[in-house]
Design a protein around this ligand. Structure first.
Ligand SMILES: CC(=O)SCCNC(=O)CCNC(=O)[C@H](O)C(C)(C)COP(=O)(O)OP(=O)(O)OC[C@H]1O[C@@H](n2cnc3c(N)ncnc32)[C@H](O)[C@@H]1OP(=O)(O)O
Length: 552
């Protein structure tokens, strides 16, 4: 039967360049000669005067950091952590913007064999409390802009704060900069095994709160493969992935991936705007850009004149998080002279199906690409049978035949998606006879907005915390800019009347409590919600009605 890699070079040819089996043997070997993520992403690239990070501050100042600089900074972080009693396997959380200290924190955490947990800076106390709760983090590192949110959570771990020149140290906090200045830069890395964790991510589901996604060190192989084969990263590239490292695509492929290959990455601390993006591409001479379709649609919305200055500069552009519209592909070709390729992945397992820049194959508009070498991807029907071309079903990883697969189930939560020898992604696709995948949609109620994955249950629970809300149902509705936006249907408590002011108040409540990116941009006040006889809200009916309404 045709498989989802028919269009790629033979698996053996594609992977021989980095000898997967040898690498896996190394990762599973003796802990004494095992693996350390700091060594892979920094230690082995030192002493060569190699650039590791171009960091543009919120004020526009560019600072350059070599791998030696990061080795020094991360050694100090590692010694600070050791001094606090943090050891191998312990979790250290970071809630920081895109600043150099973030990379030092991550590398320093890995250096002592500890596990890094990202907390997106837009999160409110509810989202933070849940994540710190299940990870059992031993320390959280943050800055004054985010520090206040930690006062609103119960049982916060100790806090280290990175102070600006005019900031006072909150009582009880560790002064991060002072601690680093006092610490030694020398720290012997703690070697681990491939199965040991080095990141604790989180992902949103339909029915419950976000779940922890443990990431073992063996995932480094898959991250490296994505950078080489899909992004097609070359030593002469100037690489910029604009995704925030508070999420998987940013942490895996804006920090870990390029550094793993010994190639510099780029941080822009400032908020995303089309103007600043063009300015940075020109200023740094960016040749390889990665981001989400929402960001690319915002570039397009600025018009061709804004793009003219950087036309022909970008060698390759990589897109992830949402399906890429053919219109964006055509526009990038015409106005930026840049090939933009759609890549598909998840927090669980990272990127898996790509239109690879680094492997020669045909790219069909509207396709998510081919299975990455190291993965056998299949399409399953509801009974778990593998389907052939042009038959819609759930995209899944064939576990036994995917040596780069690393996701083994959620943290302390049952993982039905792993049953029967497959990991089911929850995304509905079909594949063409040439083996390329066409994305159809989510098989469940998870919302994809601006490349973020948002769990409806999470938003509903934040809404019902408000005294005006008796019941809430949350769905994703189509949106030309953000793919989907969050829409809430709310049954009010008897004493309340629906009004635009109340809708705004509820939106702001979710923004502040849960996250600035996950709030409902539309709210309808309703008298009842569609339910099954057992009382379960039928979100699909609400979504279907919204889709129909928007077609009119
Ligand atoms: C395997 C994978 O992981 S795949 C991909 C993972 N997903 C991603 O990487 C996400 C990609 N998306 C993005 O990077 C952004 O959405 C962009 C750059 C495309 C567009 O950014 P923006 O439109 O500026 O805002 P964004 O969508 O991030 O945020 C939504 C809201 O949250 C706010 N927000 C975002 N970050 C923060 C923050 N750190 N603090 C406070 N508010 C914030 C924004 O101001 C915005 O508010 P608004 O609705 O009033 O405008």
């Amino acid at each position: 039967m045709t498989s989802i890699r028919a269009g790629l070079p033979r698996y053996e040819d594609a992977v021989s360049r980095f000898r997967i089996e040898d690498e896996i043997a190394r990762l599973d070997g003796d802990p004494a000669t095992g693996i350390n993520a700091y060594v892979e992403c920094c230690g082995r690239h030192t002493g060569q005067d190699r650039l590791a990070l171009r960091a543009i501050s919120a004020g526009g100042e560019l600072r350059l950091f070599s791998f030696d600089d990061l080795a020094d900074m991360s050694g100090r972080v590692a010694n600070m952590l050791k001094g606090l009693g943090v050891g191998p396997g312990d979790v250290v959380a970071g809630m920081l913007p895109r600043i150099p200290e973030l990379v030092a924190l991550i590398l320093g955490t890995w250096r002592i064999g500890a596990v890094y947990q990202p907390l997106f800076t837009a999160f409110g106390p509810k989202a933070i409390e849940h994540r710190l709760g299940y990870s059992g983090a031993r320390l959280v590192v943050t800055n004054p802009a985010n520090r206040g949110k930690l006062d609103e959570i119960e049982d916060s771990p100790p806090i280290a704060t990175i102070l600006g020149p005019n900031d006072a140290l909150p009582q009880g906090d560790i002064d991060f900069r002072a601690a680093l200045a006092a610490a030694s830069p020398d720290c012997e890395p703690v070697m681990r095994k491939g199965e040991d964790l080095f990141m604790m991510m989180s992902t949103s589901g339909t029915t419950g709160l976000p779940k922890g996604v443990p990431v073992p060190l063996s995932a480094l192989l898959a991250f490296g493969a994505y950078m080489r084969d899909a992004i097609g990263l070359r030593p002469d590239d100037v690489f910029w992935n604009i995704a925030d490292p508070g999420w998987a695509y940013g942490l895996y492929y804006a920090i870990t991936g390029p550094l793993l290959l010994g190639i510099a990455t780029t941080f822009n601390e400032g908020a995303f705007t089309a103007g600043s993006t063009y300015e940075i591409i020109e200023r740094l001479g960016v040749t390889s850009l990665a981001g989400s379709p929402t960001a690319f649609r915002l570039l397009l919305a600025e018009g061709p004149e804004a793009a003219a200055g950087v036309k022909g500069r970008l060698r390759v552009v990589s897109s992830a998080g949402e399906p890429l519209n053919p219109e964006v592909i055509r526009w990038f070709d015409t106005h930026l002279a840049a090939p933009i390729h759609d890549h598909y992945g998840q927090t669980e397992n990272g990127m898996m199906v790509n239109n690879h820049h680094g492997l020669a194959h045909r790219v069909r508009a509207g396709s998510s690409g081919f299975a990455m070498p190291g993965y056998r991807m299949v399409v399953l029907d509801e009974a778990g049978n593998e389907l052939g071309p042009n038959q819609p079903g759930v995209l899944a990883v064939d576990i036994a035949n995917s040596p780069l697969r690393w996701f083994d189930g959620y943290h302390q939560v049952e993982t039905p998606a792993m049953a029967g020898g497959y990991y089911r992604t929850g995304d509905t696709v079909e594949y063409e006879p040439d083996g390329s995948v066409s994305f159809i949609g989510r098989a469940d109620d998870v919302i994809t907005s601006s490349g973020y994955r948002i769990g409806p249950f999470d938003v509903e629970s934040a809404l019902i915390e408000h005294p005006a809300v008796n019941e809430a149902a949350v769905v994703g509705v189509p949106d030309p800019r953000r793919t989907e936006i969050v829409k809430a249907f709310v049954i009010l408590a008897p004493a309340y009347q629906g009004s635009p002011e109340l809708a705004e108040e509820l939106a702001q409540h979710v923004r502040k409590r849960l996250s600035a990116h996950a709030y409902p941009r539309e709210i309808d006040f309703v008298a009842e919600l569609p339910k099954t006889p057992s009382g379960k809200i039928q979100r699909f009916l609400l979504r279907k009605a919204e889709v129909e309404k928007r077609k009119l």
